[in-house]
Design a protein around this ligand. Structure first.
Ligand SMILES: Cc1ncc(COP(=O)(O)O)c(C=O)c1O
Length: 449
């Protein structure tokens, strides 16, 4: 008899197999079977699994200095990583604060915006404007600012509500525009919301440069963030680029996705890939102007998070940046990612594939019952879960999600393998996905609901 398991399962009914080893893009279960990690876990394992150099750097740091509290000491590893992160953006940032998860980092970013306003003598600014069809994390603040009903519903009584505007979602434009008729209504919605809330009460606008779990790698129109920047400047609102998923080279070519767009953020939130799965590392970068205002007005950021700037995490982060450099990973993610995109485009031949979108090593497939009309599947079919389950059987891990169509319907899968994936492995991955879609379409044709 199998012994009872005490680890809480997810909302998937089946217990998951146990993974015993990871190497590159593969995870190996107890039977030694290889699974292709087609989504880097939750878009975390950007440098791939089992990179021994990172483990060595962490072990060396733990042996030398395993822990300091931010109210007692800084450390060479923390000072160095903060400086390196600040230099990663096209326009260098001013200062870094470290947390242990993306959710906490989002909350820290909002607090930093608030602290900046307090320091600047604007105590009336506290509201956060965010977008529908977005995801910012599990903690109650981050979940309040998210716009993903399926993840929020159960906890509504604890959520603050917040102010949400329309997403920049061209495949299902909320303003019924086509690219040729787009007048950036989704960005103008920000200005309308700021005015409606009262400009002197708004602290920040938070948005993912390319939306991850909630919209399957949907990027905004090219000028969207330039318009956002102008609106924020007009009303003294800070722009927070939420790069928990899009950072760490995920979109190829640049470390942060916000560097692909015009409109510099005041604060950048990072997480996931910066720790690469080796350490739960996340945090927020503030611009030089924000850092100077906070420094002049308040001196700093009073947060006593026990593990902030943990030396072992800092060492992991530093070793991961070294890995990026040694393997030219930003360029590689752009190049191999372009191949992945081209190969995924061929899946449009499947009647269930409505859209293929993304950049670098972050791609999304949106599934539809009718390609021409973009009609979503009946949500009761849980189409995204079917694709996920079949891909799993075939040895491929994907990140599924539902609700992109106003939270009511819509099925997605994120395809976002480790940036170290080879061209041959890209072809294998897409081959398995192709076969998976054929199987799911056979079992569940467009009219099966
Ligand atoms: C865009 C985005 N922000 C924040 C988070 C929360 O990060 P964490 O799970 O590390 O708390 C996630 C997690 O999936 C995310 O995708």
């Amino acid at each position: 008899m199998t012994p009872p398991r005490h680890l809480l399962n997810t909302d998937f009914p089946q217990p998951f197999p146990q993974a015993f080893r990871g190497a590159g893009i593969h995870l190996y279960d107890q039977a030694g079977r290889a699974h292709i990690d087609g989504c880097s876990g939750a878009l975390v394992a950007n440098i791939g699994h089992g990179q021994a150099a990172i483990a060595r750097a962490m072990a060396a740091q733990a042996a030398e200095l395993s822990y300091v509290y931010r109210y007692h000491f800084s450390s060479p590893a923390a000072e160095s990583l903060a400086a390196r992160y600040c230099a990663l953006t096209a326009a260098p940032m001013g200062a870094a604060y470290f947390t242990n998860s993306g959710s906490e980092a989002v909350e820290a970013a909002v607090k930093l915006a608030r602290v900046r306003h307090l320091a600047a003598g604007e105590p009336g600014r506290f509201k956060v404007i965010s977008r529908h069809q977005s995801y910012h994390g599990v903690t109650l603040g981050a979940l309040s600012w998210s716009g993903m009903p399926s993840r929020q519903e159960d906890y509504r009584p604890y959520l603050s509500g917040g102010c949400h505007i329309a997403p920049a979602y061209c495949y299902r434009c909320w303003f019924a525009r086509r690219p040729e008729t787009c007048a950036l209504e989704c960005a103008q919605a920000l200005e309308a919301a700021v005015i409606a809330e009262g400009p002197a009460t708004v602290a920040a606008f938070i948005a993912e440069p390319v939306v991850g779990a909630a919209l399957g790698a949907a990027a905004p129109p090219a000028e969207y963030f330039a318009a956002v920047r102008r609106i924020c400047d007009r009303h003294g609102v800070l722009f927070i680029a939420e790069e928990v998923m899009t950072g760490a080279g995920r979109t190829g070519g640049r470390f942060f996705a916000s560097d692909h767009f015009p409109g510099r953020p005041d604060i950048i939130v990072f997480g996931k890939g910066v720790g690469g799965g080796y350490y739960p590392l996340a945090g927020a970068l503030v611009s030089t102007a924000v850092a100077e205002t906070i420094g002049a007005g308040r001196g700093g950021f009073a947060a006593g998070q026990s593990y902030s700037g943990h030396p072992v995490g800092m060492a992991a982060g530093g070793a991961i940046l070294d890995f990026f450099q040694a393997h030219d990973l930003l360029a590689r993610a752009a190049e191999t990612g372009a191949r992945l995109g081209r190969r995924l485009e061929t899946l449009r031949a499947h009647p269930s594939v409505g859209d293929v979108r993304g950049r670098g090593m972050m791609w999304g497939l949106e599934f539809v019952a009718d390609q021409a009309r973009r009609t979503p599947f009946d949500p009761r079919l849980q189409y995204h879960r079917r694709v996920y389950a079949q891909a799993r059987v075939n040895g491929l891990l994907l990140l599924p999600s539902g609700g992109c169509d106003h939270g009511r319907a819509g099925d997605l899968a994120l395809v976002a393998p480790p940036l170290v994936i080879s061209e041959t492995e890209v072809d294998t991955l897409v081959g398995i996905l192709d076969e998976t879609l054929t199987q799911v379409e056979r079992e569940c044709p467009a009219d099966c609901g």
